[in-house]
Design a binder for this molecule. Sequence first.
Ligand code: DC
Length: 224
Amino acid sequence: MKKIVITIDGPAGAGKTTISKLLADRIGYRYVDTGALYRGIAFEALKKGVADNDDVGLEKLCNEIDIKLVLKESSLRLLSGDNDITDIIRTPEITMMASAVSARPAVRKYLLDVQRNMGQQKGVVFEGRDMGTVVFPEAEMKFFLDASLKTRALRRFVELGNGSVQSLDEVKEEMKRRDENDRSRNIAPLKPAPNAVVVDTTDLTIEGVVDHLFDYIVKKLKAS
Ligand code: DC
């Protein structure tokens, strides 16, 4: 099958990560979690004391850091320089900081090149917020996954497990605030690309969504 770029956008908890990984595995593609890149910058900004609205400081930070996603033993790892920060970027503090810094032009500009470079060889499933609208407007296949806030919050709460420091209501509130930030920002807001296939995953199983996307892709590629 011809290699293409597949984009999967949508709000937090819509199932993007799990579905993108499974879909990429099934078609033998690489998978890129672009949210992790924003989390990496948030991590460095918090570490170095750069405020989320300090555009000059964020630009300087982006010029100094080296954030990248690499495949290690078939798992995707986030590196900042030589530091593997994959397992420490999912805290509530970094989550909200990632949403805040992602609204700043210097951060989006820096990551635009990083992401486009990863798509050059095609054969990649990119997951994020603006993959189909801004980063890869020419992508051959675009999906937008959504689900009700209640369902998305519950999924995230279950995912956090017993060790969660947040109640279900707190997870839901944080998700709502983050979605509002992500949807209302001026640059690259979260929204479906005009030619994206929108899938509401509220009442669907993970396998059901993966099957649906896979069948759609195969049919489209055969017809092209
Ligand atoms: O997917 P995630 O929850 O790990 O993303 C964290 C934040 O990063 C999210 O709230 C918005 C931002 N983000 C973005 O602006 N554009 C992307 N392509 C991916 C994530």
